[in-house]
Design a protein around this ligand. Structure first.
Ligand code: F6P
Length: 759
């Protein structure tokens, strides 16, 4: 059995054994590495020691030879016996043997242990080797060869043999100590690792177990190591994804849907009342010139996302009645059942005076908070009277929530930056309400947000929420850091909660999405070919042109100008696209009462004229700027007709246009060019992701999109479609409501415990 099999998972193991098994995974390689090191180091040390001693013995030999040379020459001259000198010399315990060679290479004298068969030439060769070692009777010796000069020339050569066995003994000692040192070092590393791992592991496991039990959302988990806090947040995210994935694989029908959301409401929220608050209403009644009343869906990401959820949840939606015919469509309680003809939920309309709308909506929300949060290089404007209206209108809507509530603990879904103060206002009147606030736009860093004169009031208002949702973790992080900078609040980073005034708020990311079209709905769609033919006919686009589209509100954050610049650059760089390419931009008029928006529209019109003047023909302009409202059906046909869809927001919380485009392409064709500054870019890497501020990069991406082979388009689109299908708007609402249900349950249990204690 191999080692990995020995340490494979066994469900019957105790936690202690499991920890030990995990540590073994570390210790086994450690021991192997240390053993390998010792195996390589020992011969290296031996060689080194031998070379050091050989050098020493060479020097010693030279010293001995120098000392003997005079006596040798003298003895030769006077005919005295050399043998006696040599025999005396080898009484030294290190010097083992001496040989005396004639200049012609014959051995003339040798001491007792000098090998009889060893020739002078052989001795010279051994001495010239690196180790200069050989074995003689009695053990290994080091050989050195020294020329001795006489009065009349060379007198002979002295061969000295020094004992080497002591080196072997020292080498053994060194080896022993080296192995002991490596073993001790290994043991110390292993001990420290095991102890630290044991401690961290326990903390981590108990933290993770707490998370798995659903604890840790609002109250501290068991003492998990704080450095693992970001991991815990990630783990919680991943667990949710895994849960979704599991459901999808186990029961494909369990991908989030209206039915699944309804069942969550019935089971986990026990049919509790759901109230939605937003500025924009889901349907507007408009009085036509001929006196008739028409209903239309406004161009709003918020409405696109929340309306299907509301159809599934029923309940009441409170919004500003801003349509010219709205008052004529409501009952005496200002309510109207929606959607028209189906009546799944109620819309309660609130009326604002012109001053209120000007100050709260156009002023503080759209000239203050909108540019403040988008950081799109338009200066936010803060006026005292706008702030006053903002406060008033928030109070008006908060009162309406309280009036519409049928119990003291409804579930209130507050939408967007128009109502930053409302959560705390509702909390004061309905302390037991579950308030979920979703911020549909980005949240900037603390420095950028800090310029708002009422920053503390805004943060305090938002912290009246039970759950505060943003599209991305990045926005959550920015919000938490902002609170940390400007309020005295307790922040538990590991659970992403902020406790302010004794009340906790969970700050969590819930990426918003769209309703995935039902198969029966998609079956009714006209084919992409038909949509294309209609578009070409309606806009008189020359046959054979490739078409890119953009669909946005007319807003400076959407990067429409940058997109037009990229189209212009494409035609400069690639003349082959001239007369072969048309760009259709739908720009739904928005916030036209604001100067910034009017000026932006003029800039767009000028850019369109410039490009058409340079590259278009009077009967075939390159850019078609359609600055009017388009309904859902028209937009869907445009998506199906296009070769490319361009989403180049300079900053966007999520952006739903890209998701709608993908949902419309059941033919798995078409290419998405997507700004990296849209929250959606994190979920949709198969798009051609660009920096819209970089005109070259965007123009190149457009060229790449127009020349992308069909197979690659299909591959990318299929993957995008599976993401958007799964991560749909019901999942967005479902995850938020499931968190709300968990917190409500906890609240009820703690209320019960409290009552028992008092009793
Ligand atoms: O992006 C924030 C948002 O509220 C979106 O939901 C929507 O697309 C847009 O602003 C609507 O703006 P308005 O309601 O001002 O037209």
């Amino acid at each position: 059995m191999v080692l990995s099999e020995c340490i494979a998972d066994d469900p019957a193991e105790t936690p202690l054994l499991k920890t030990f098994r995990l540590q073994l995974r570390f210790l086994v390689p450690l021991v192997a590495i240390l053993a390998g090191t010792a195996y390589l180091a020992v011969p290296l040390m031996d060689g080194l020691t031998l070379r050091w001693f050989a050098r020493d013995l060479d020097m010693r030999g030279t010293l001995v030879a120098n000392a003997l040379s005079d006596s040798l020459v003298d003895a030769e001259n006077r005919g005295r016996k050399l043998q006696a000198i040599f025999d005396r010399a080898v009484q030294d315990e290190r010097l083992v043997a001496i040989g005396w060679c004639s200049p012609t290479g014959q051995v003339l004298r040798r001491t007792a242990r000098f090998p009889k068969e060893l020739e002078c030439e052989q001795a010279r060769q051994v001495a010239s080797e690196r180790a200069a070692a050989m074995n003689i009777e009695g053990g290994p010796v080091h050989v050195s060869f020294h020329a001795i000069a006489g009065e009349a020339g060379p007198a002979g050569n002295l061969v000295l043999m020094h004992d080497l066995s002591f080196i072997e003994r020292r080498s053994q000692d060194t080896r022993k100590y080296l192995i002991i040192l490596i073993a001790a070092l290994g043991a110390a590393i292993a001990l420290v690792t095991v102890v630290v791992a044991q401690l961290s592991w326990r903390g981590w496991v108990s933290g993770a177990q707490a998370l798995l039990r659903g604890e840790g959302l609002l109250r501290p988990m068991l003492p998990a190591a704080p450095e693992l806090a970001p991991l815990a947040a990630d783990l919680r995210e991943r667990l949710r994804d895994l849960e979704d994935e599991y459901r999808r694989v186990q029961r494909p029908e369990a991908v989030w849907s209206a039915e699944r959301l309804q069942s969550l409401l019935r089971t986990q929220l026990r049919g509790d009342q759901v109230l939605v608050v937003s500025n924009r209403e889901p349907y507007m009644h408009e009085r036509q010139e001929d006196g008739s009343l028409v209903v239309r869906r406004p161009a709003s990401g918020l409405v696109t996302a929340v309306e299907p959820v509301m159809r599934a949840c029923s309940g009441t939606w409170i919004a500003h009645g801003s349509g010219s015919g709205d008052r004529d469509a409501v009952d005496r309680h200002d309510r109207v059942p929606l959607p028209p003809g189906e009546q799944d939920y109620l819309l309660r309309r609130l009326w604002l005076t012109q001053e209120q709308e000007q100050g709260y909506y156009y002023g503080f929300a759209n000239e203050g908070l909108w540019p403040l949060c988008h950081v799109a290089h338009v200066r936010p404007v803060f006026r005292e009277q706008d702030w006053e209206h903002y406060r008033q209108v928030n109070q008006l809507f908060a009162d309406a929530v309280v009036a519409e509530a049928r119990s003291d603990d409804p579930v209130v879904l507050v939408q967007d930056y128009h109502f930053a103060l409302l959560p705390a206002m509702v909390r004061r009147k309905l302390p037991r309400a579950t308030i979920l606030t979703f911020w549909h736009i980005p949240w900037p860093n603390p420095e950028s947000f800090g310029i708002c004169p009422w920053r503390s009031e805004i943060l305090e208002g938002m912290l009246g929420s039970t759950i505060l949702g943003f599209h991305t973790r990045y926005h959550c992080k920015n919000f938490i850091e902002t609170v940390d900078r400007y309020l005295e609040a307790r922040i538990e980073h590991e659970h992403s909660t902020i406790t302010y005034g004794g009340e906790p708020t969970l700050v969590e990311s819930y990426p918003i999405s769209i309703e995935w079209p039902l198969p029966e709905e998609a079956r009714e769609w006209p084919s992409p070919g038909q949509c294309r033919a209609e578009l070409f006919e309606r806009l008189h686009i020359p046959a054979g042109h490739r078409v890119a589209v953009g669909v946005d509100r007319l807003d400076y954050t959407k990067g429409i100008l940058e997109r037009l610049n990229a189209v212009e650059r494409l035609l400069e760089k690639h003349p082959e696209w001239r007369d072969r390419f048309t760009f259709v931009q739908v720009a739904a008029p928005s916030r036209g009462a604001l100067e910034e928006y009017r000026a932006f529209r003029e800039r767009l019109e000028r850019a369109t004229e410039r490009i058409n003047g340079r590259f278009g023909r009077p009967d075939a302009p390159v850019v078609r700027l359609l600055a009017q409202h388009h309904d859902h059906e028209q937009v869907m046909r445009l998506y199906r007709a296009a070769d490319v869809c361009m989403v180049t927001s300079l900053h966007d919380g999520m952006n739903l246009v890209c998701k709608e485009f993908v949902a419309a392409r059941d033919d798995e064709r078409g290419v998405l060019v997507l700004s990296r500054f849209a929250g959606a870019a994190r979920e949709m890497p198969e798009a051609l992701v660009v920096n819209p501020y970089h005109v070259e990069e965007t123009a190149d991406a457009l060229h790449q999109a127009l020349t992308m082979p069909a197979a690659e388009q299909r591959e990318r689109m299929a993957s995008l479609r599976s993401t958007v299908h799964e991560f749909n708007v019901y999942r967005w609402a479902g995850r938020m409501l499931a968190d709300a249900a968990r917190l409500r349950l906890r609240q009820r249990v703690s209320d019960r415990v409290q009552r028992h204690r008092i009793a």
